[in-house]
Design a protein. Structure first.
Length: 326
């Protein structure tokens, strides 16, 4: 009888232990979620950081911006590093492992409304991923419009820029690109000239140098194609940039486009750029993801927009860009 009572107590205790464990697990899960949310909120803050070492960066030799007074400064946000008030343009090579270079090269133009550059998410992270695929990458840190030197003033200026009811970031139309983006286009042209001049050293095929841009960098990529004179990219990629209709040049390169349907800036208009390229009988591929927002870049996400990068490299493969020449 004594043993039977003990077994009864053990059996009745098991449900209590089970629910105690479940409650403890739920509490720990809630604690983790609260910690994650707090970290995410803190991550949204613009935090000034020291200028990182950029040992491999090569100055492009384009002139400093006239009248520029604010010095280049860096901050972190969303787990990425950003730079603003760039007055000296640079190009940073990110090379494939020895023996892995395909001959293809990509100049990478980060975005940021021509006020700042997302150097990790839309720059170095992209370049490193490309290099792993045998693609020689070059991160372009192009000159930017000046912003207030102090962080509070900068935050206010960015808020004002994006506070319009349409939430439309600045977007020069093709007719004014050459003048409104003159310094940035000068930087791109210098970047292409530099890569071509050192193509042998970097194991790059001069006929397979393309360009990829994100947001404002996508706008710069399109401007390079439309009014960039001697830059002549072999292929271009517009990642969540404007999709306004354009007059397509006779020598327009293949175009890759990726955009999320919930992008607050560029997903609510028409897809004139795609139609323009298609009607001109130029190669174009368009990925319109259901979710992803704006600025997804290389951030790890649960949305299918993360598929843009393998889709892009597959597209390059389809066009023969990653096949080494014999």
């Amino acid at each position: 009888m004594h043993n039977l009572n003990n077994r009864h107590r053990l059996c009745s205790a098991r449900p209590r232990l089970y629910w105690q464990q479940k409650i403890r697990q739920s509490f720990l899960l809630a604690l983790c979620l609260c910690t994650f949310k707090a970290a995410a909120q803190a991550n949204d803050q613009m935090t000034p950081i020291a200028k990182p070492e950029q040992i491999q960066a090569i100055e492009l030799g384009t002139p400093t911006l006239p009248g520029a007074k604010a010095q280049e400064s860096w901050h972190s946000q969303y787990g990425s590093r950003f730079v603003r008030n760039v007055t000296v343009a640079t190009l940073t090579p990110v090379l494939p492992a020895p023996g892995k270079a395909s001959g293809a090269a990509v100049i990478v133009a980060p975005g940021g409304g021509f006020r700042t550059l997302s150097m990790d998410n839309e720059g170095w992270d992209v370049a490193n991923a490309l290099a792993k695929q045998g693609i020689t990458a070059f991160v372009l840190k192009y000159r930017l419009n000046q912003t207030p030197a102090d962080m509070a003033g900068f935050q206010q200026a960015m808020h004002e820029m994006f506070s319009g009811t349409a939430r439309r970031p600045p977007r020069p139309n093709p007719a004014t690109m050459a003048t409104q983006l003159a310094p940035q286009l000068e930087d791109v042209r210098a970047a292409f000239a530099l890569v071509r001049s050192r193509a042998g050293e970097w194991q790059v095929d001069p006929d397979r140098i393309g360009m990829i841009g994100f947001s404002a960098g996508a706008m710069l990529t399109m401007a390079t194609t439309l009014v960039g004179k001697d830059a002549k990219p072999a292929f271009i990629a517009n990642i969540y940039g404007p999709l306004d209709a354009v007059t397509v040049p006779a020598d327009a390169p293949p175009l890759f486009v990726a955009l999320a349907a919930d992008d607050p800036f560029f997903a609510n208009g028409k897809f004139g750029l795609i139609e323009s390229w298609h009607q001109a009988k130029k190669p174009v591929e368009f990925h319109f993801y259901e979710q992803g927002g704006h600025g997804f870049g290389m951030y790890p996400k649960t949305t299918t927009s993360t598929g843009w990068f393998p889709a892009f490299t597959n597209w390059l493969t389809m066009h023969g860009m990653l096949t080494p020449k014999g």
